[in-house]
Design a protein around this ligand. Sequence first.
Ligand SMILES: [Zn+2]
Length: 211
Amino acid sequence: MFKIEKIKNEKFDEFYERAMKELDEFFERDWIMNRTKIVFVPDRKTYNSIRDKETDGWEIAFACNDSIYLLDPEAYEKDADGHIYSDERFFMLIKHELTHSFWNLFHYSHTPVWLSEGLALYLAGQYKTRTCPEKFVNFLDFYGEYGKFVYNESGFVVKILVEEFGKENVLELLKGLGSIKSEDQFYDLFERVYGFRISYDEMNKLMREGK
Ligand SMILES: [Zn+2]
Protein backbone atom coordinates (compact mmCIF):
# COMPACT_ATOMS: atom_id res chain seq x y z
CA MET A 1 0.00 0.00 0.00
CA PHE A 2 1.11 3.54 -0.70
CA LYS A 3 0.00 6.90 0.52
CA ILE A 4 0.18 9.86 -1.87
CA GLU A 5 -0.76 13.51 -1.61
CA LYS A 6 -1.31 16.32 -4.09
CA ILE A 7 1.57 18.78 -4.38
CA LYS A 8 2.03 22.08 -6.19
CA ASN A 9 5.33 22.98 -7.81
CA GLU A 10 5.24 25.84 -10.26
CA LYS A 11 8.45 24.93 -12.03
CA PHE A 12 7.52 21.29 -12.58
CA ASP A 13 3.96 22.28 -13.56
CA GLU A 14 5.48 24.50 -16.23
CA PHE A 15 7.73 21.66 -17.46
CA TYR A 16 4.69 19.40 -17.68
CA GLU A 17 2.55 21.91 -19.58
CA ARG A 18 5.38 22.75 -21.98
CA ALA A 19 6.10 19.08 -22.69
CA MET A 20 2.40 18.30 -23.20
CA LYS A 21 2.04 21.24 -25.59
CA GLU A 22 5.04 20.20 -27.66
CA LEU A 23 3.88 16.58 -27.79
CA ASP A 24 0.31 17.61 -28.71
CA GLU A 25 1.86 19.44 -31.65
CA PHE A 26 3.99 16.52 -32.76
CA PHE A 27 1.30 13.86 -32.41
CA GLU A 28 -1.40 16.22 -33.73
CA ARG A 29 -3.57 15.75 -30.68
CA ASP A 30 -5.29 18.03 -28.25
CA TRP A 31 -5.12 15.99 -25.09
CA ILE A 32 -7.35 17.60 -22.46
CA MET A 33 -9.24 14.92 -20.52
CA ASN A 34 -7.61 12.34 -18.26
CA ARG A 35 -4.10 13.52 -18.84
CA THR A 36 -1.14 11.67 -17.43
CA LYS A 37 -0.43 12.17 -13.73
CA ILE A 38 3.08 12.55 -12.40
CA VAL A 39 3.88 10.75 -9.17
CA PHE A 40 7.07 11.50 -7.27
CA VAL A 41 8.53 8.50 -5.54
CA PRO A 42 10.48 9.48 -2.41
CA ASP A 43 13.26 6.87 -2.50
CA ARG A 44 14.64 3.72 -4.18
CA LYS A 45 13.01 1.41 -1.65
CA THR A 46 9.54 2.72 -2.47
CA TYR A 47 10.38 2.75 -6.18
CA ASN A 48 11.29 -0.94 -6.02
CA SER A 49 8.08 -1.73 -4.16
CA ILE A 50 5.99 -0.06 -6.86
CA ARG A 51 7.97 -1.87 -9.57
CA ASP A 52 7.72 -5.09 -7.60
CA LYS A 53 11.39 -5.83 -8.25
CA GLU A 54 14.89 -4.64 -7.53
CA THR A 55 15.77 -1.88 -10.01
CA ASP A 56 19.15 -0.61 -11.17
CA GLY A 57 20.45 2.68 -9.86
CA TRP A 58 20.40 4.25 -13.35
CA GLU A 59 16.62 3.78 -13.61
CA ILE A 60 14.76 6.84 -12.33
CA ALA A 61 11.42 6.86 -14.14
CA PHE A 62 8.78 4.67 -15.68
CA ALA A 63 5.37 5.07 -17.30
CA CYS A 64 2.47 2.88 -16.24
CA ASN A 65 -1.19 3.19 -17.28
CA ASP A 66 -2.21 6.81 -16.84
CA SER A 67 0.70 7.84 -14.64
CA ILE A 68 4.42 8.36 -14.79
CA TYR A 69 6.52 7.67 -11.75
CA LEU A 70 9.67 9.69 -11.17
CA LEU A 71 12.21 9.16 -8.46
CA ASP A 72 12.19 12.40 -6.47
CA PRO A 73 15.28 14.41 -7.50
CA GLU A 74 15.93 14.97 -3.80
CA ALA A 75 16.76 11.26 -3.60
CA TYR A 76 19.21 11.30 -6.55
CA GLU A 77 22.29 11.69 -4.42
CA LYS A 78 21.45 8.74 -2.23
CA ASP A 79 19.50 6.50 -4.59
CA ALA A 80 20.34 7.21 -8.26
CA ASP A 81 23.72 6.17 -9.65
CA GLY A 82 25.27 8.89 -11.70
CA HIS A 83 22.22 11.12 -12.05
CA ILE A 84 22.70 14.76 -11.25
CA TYR A 85 19.68 17.02 -11.25
CA SER A 86 19.43 19.89 -13.70
CA ASP A 87 16.28 21.68 -14.88
CA GLU A 88 17.11 20.91 -18.49
CA ARG A 89 17.57 17.18 -17.87
CA PHE A 90 14.50 16.97 -15.68
CA PHE A 91 12.36 18.63 -18.35
CA MET A 92 13.70 16.11 -20.88
CA LEU A 93 12.94 13.25 -18.51
CA ILE A 94 9.32 14.40 -18.09
CA LYS A 95 8.96 14.81 -21.85
CA HIS A 96 10.49 11.37 -22.46
CA GLU A 97 8.01 9.64 -20.15
CA LEU A 98 5.09 11.66 -21.53
CA THR A 99 6.08 10.51 -25.03
CA HIS A 100 5.38 6.96 -23.77
CA SER A 101 1.95 8.17 -22.58
CA PHE A 102 1.17 9.50 -26.06
CA TRP A 103 2.48 6.25 -27.54
CA ASN A 104 0.07 4.31 -25.31
CA LEU A 105 -2.85 6.29 -26.74
CA PHE A 106 -2.38 4.23 -29.89
CA HIS A 107 -3.17 1.02 -27.94
CA TYR A 108 -0.25 -1.02 -29.15
CA SER A 109 0.34 -4.56 -28.08
CA HIS A 110 3.20 -5.86 -30.21
CA THR A 111 5.55 -3.09 -31.18
CA PRO A 112 9.28 -2.42 -31.33
CA VAL A 113 10.81 -1.22 -28.09
CA TRP A 114 13.56 0.55 -30.02
CA LEU A 115 10.98 2.70 -31.82
CA SER A 116 9.18 3.63 -28.61
CA GLU A 117 12.39 4.50 -26.76
CA GLY A 118 13.97 6.12 -29.82
CA LEU A 119 10.98 8.39 -30.29
CA ALA A 120 11.04 9.36 -26.61
CA LEU A 121 14.79 10.10 -26.76
CA TYR A 122 14.39 12.09 -29.94
CA LEU A 123 11.34 14.15 -28.95
CA ALA A 124 12.73 14.86 -25.48
CA GLY A 125 16.02 15.98 -27.05
CA GLN A 126 17.92 13.49 -24.87
CA TYR A 127 19.82 12.11 -27.85
CA LYS A 128 21.81 15.37 -27.75
CA THR A 129 23.26 14.36 -24.39
CA ARG A 130 24.57 11.09 -25.89
CA THR A 131 27.38 10.28 -28.28
CA CYS A 132 26.21 9.32 -31.74
CA PRO A 133 27.43 5.80 -32.55
CA GLU A 134 29.77 5.46 -35.52
CA LYS A 135 27.64 2.63 -36.84
CA PHE A 136 24.27 1.15 -35.96
CA VAL A 137 24.86 -2.41 -34.80
CA ASN A 138 22.27 -3.47 -32.24
CA PHE A 139 19.09 -1.37 -32.05
CA LEU A 140 17.08 -4.01 -33.95
CA ASP A 141 17.81 -6.50 -31.15
CA PHE A 142 15.40 -4.53 -29.01
CA TYR A 143 12.12 -5.47 -30.59
CA GLY A 144 10.20 -7.20 -27.84
CA GLU A 145 13.02 -6.96 -25.39
CA TYR A 146 13.83 -3.96 -23.25
CA GLY A 147 17.39 -3.34 -22.08
CA LYS A 148 19.73 -0.62 -20.95
CA PHE A 149 21.50 -0.53 -24.33
CA VAL A 150 18.34 0.26 -26.27
CA TYR A 151 19.15 3.92 -25.58
CA ASN A 152 22.49 3.91 -27.40
CA GLU A 153 21.29 3.95 -31.00
CA SER A 154 17.52 4.27 -31.11
CA GLY A 155 17.33 8.05 -30.64
CA PHE A 156 19.67 8.60 -33.59
CA VAL A 157 17.72 6.14 -35.76
CA VAL A 158 14.47 8.01 -35.08
CA LYS A 159 16.23 11.33 -35.70
CA ILE A 160 17.06 10.18 -39.23
CA LEU A 161 13.52 8.86 -39.76
CA VAL A 162 11.92 12.14 -38.67
CA GLU A 163 14.35 14.65 -40.09
CA GLU A 164 14.99 13.01 -43.45
CA PHE A 165 11.58 11.54 -44.22
CA GLY A 166 9.31 13.92 -42.33
CA LYS A 167 7.00 13.65 -39.39
CA GLU A 168 4.11 12.46 -41.57
CA ASN A 169 5.86 9.16 -42.30
CA VAL A 170 6.48 8.56 -38.62
CA LEU A 171 2.84 9.25 -37.79
CA GLU A 172 1.77 6.95 -40.61
CA LEU A 173 4.02 4.23 -39.19
CA LEU A 174 2.55 4.74 -35.70
CA LYS A 175 -1.00 4.54 -37.00
CA GLY A 176 -0.20 1.27 -38.74
CA LEU A 177 1.32 -0.28 -35.64
CA GLY A 178 -2.06 -1.01 -34.06
CA SER A 179 -2.63 -4.00 -36.32
CA ILE A 180 0.89 -5.46 -36.07
CA LYS A 181 1.04 -9.01 -34.70
CA SER A 182 4.63 -10.00 -35.39
CA GLU A 183 8.08 -8.60 -36.02
CA ASP A 184 7.88 -9.53 -39.71
CA GLN A 185 4.61 -7.64 -40.08
CA PHE A 186 6.34 -4.61 -38.63
CA TYR A 187 9.14 -4.82 -41.20
CA ASP A 188 6.52 -5.05 -43.98
CA LEU A 189 4.69 -2.04 -42.63
CA PHE A 190 7.93 -0.10 -42.37
CA GLU A 191 8.75 -0.92 -45.99
CA ARG A 192 5.33 0.24 -47.18
CA VAL A 193 5.79 3.59 -45.42
CA TYR A 194 9.48 4.23 -46.13
CA GLY A 195 10.08 2.38 -49.37
CA PHE A 196 12.93 0.28 -47.96
CA ARG A 197 13.28 -2.55 -45.47
CA ILE A 198 14.90 -1.37 -42.25
CA SER A 199 18.32 -2.89 -41.65
CA TYR A 200 21.69 -1.85 -40.25
CA ASP A 201 23.01 -1.45 -43.81
CA GLU A 202 20.20 0.88 -44.86
CA MET A 203 20.36 2.98 -41.70
CA ASN A 204 24.17 3.16 -41.81
CA LYS A 205 24.00 4.28 -45.43
CA LEU A 206 21.59 7.06 -44.47
CA MET A 207 23.84 8.08 -41.61
CA ARG A 208 26.92 8.16 -43.85
CA GLU A 209 25.12 10.30 -46.40
CA GLY A 210 24.82 12.82 -43.61
CA LYS A 211 21.23 11.95 -43.15
ZN1 LIG B 1 11.58 5.33 -22.18
